[in-house]
Design a protein around this ligand. Structure first.
Ligand code: PGA
Length: 246
């Protein structure tokens, strides 16, 4: 089974989100878990439009029950719309909003305590890769989030390897590069006795998903740009559904 996650980021108004969600109801369900992460303002419209097999994710969560956290969103608000996954540690939030590993760790523990599944994003910048530090950076992001984490029986974790240089640039990672990092992520997590599903994200399109599926040893994809087109996203879903089960 593959995961295919649409990260709509800060795009689409409510009517546009409803229209795109309606088109995605044609996505295949066998062999692929499709998940949509709309802007918060569209959660109600999208949850009312999606067929049951398509899941809903939040793009963020604040690690507190409720209270004076202006501009933030809590688990209680997300549960109203049957949100079951939460994207955490996206490089845009790390870079633009100053989210630290320590804060992401708090969000991760909170998310799991609410029975929601984190989609934890990790990845290195171009400079870090050029300096030969890609594994060191991703390893330290993983350890900061996972070391000593209590995993309840049912809980699972999705890790999205998203090289920062591949996000929104059209510069997709080669299947070999993605596969090497995916192996490193699995090894690092298993050293901490944590089972993870590993996804790839960064300029995934219908043109390149085939070779990533064939070579990248990944459990699915986190998709930004191509998830805003029903046509492209449905093509991605079809390719994931046809992929061999791992
Ligand atoms: P992209 O974004 O597919 O537009 O590169 C991926 C992401 O940021 O999750």
């Amino acid at each position: 089974m593959k995961y295919l996650i649409a990260n709509w980021k800060m795009n689409l108004n409510t009517a546009e989100a409803r229209e795109l969600a309606a088109a995605l109801r044609r996505a295949p369900h066998a062999g692929v878990q499709v998940i949509v992460a709309p802007p918060f303002t569209s959660l109600e419209a999208v949850s009312g439009t999606l067929a049951g097999e398509i899941g809903l994710a939040a793009q963020n969560i604040y690690p507190a029950e409720s209270g004076a956290y202006t501009g933030e969103i809590g688990a209680a608000q997300l549960e109203e719309f049957d949100v079951r996954w939460v994207i955490l540690g996206h490089s845009e939030r790390r870079a633009l909003l100053g989210e630290t590993d320590a804060f992401i760790r708090r969000k991760l523990e909170f998310t799991m305590s609410k029975g929601l599944t984190p989609i934890l994003c990790v990845g290195e910048t171009q400079e870090e890769r050029a300096a030969g530090r890609a594994n060191a950076v991703v390893g330290s992001q993983l350890r900061a989030s996972l070391e000593g984490l209590e995993m309840a029986g049912e809980s699972r974790l999705l890790i999205a390897y998203e090289p920062v240089w591949a996000i929104g640039t059209g510069q997709v990672a080669t299947p070999e590069l993605a596969a090497a990092m995916h192996r490193f992520i699995r090894e690092t997590a298993s050293q901490m006795q944590i089972n993870v599903s590993v996804l790839y994200g960064g300029s995934v399109t219908p043109a390149n998903i085939g070779e990533l599926l064939a070579g990248a040893e990944c459990d699915g994809f986190l998709v930004g740009g191509a998830s805003l087109s029903a046509d492209q996203f449905l093509q991605l879903a079809a390719k994931c559904a046809g992929a061999e089960v791992i």
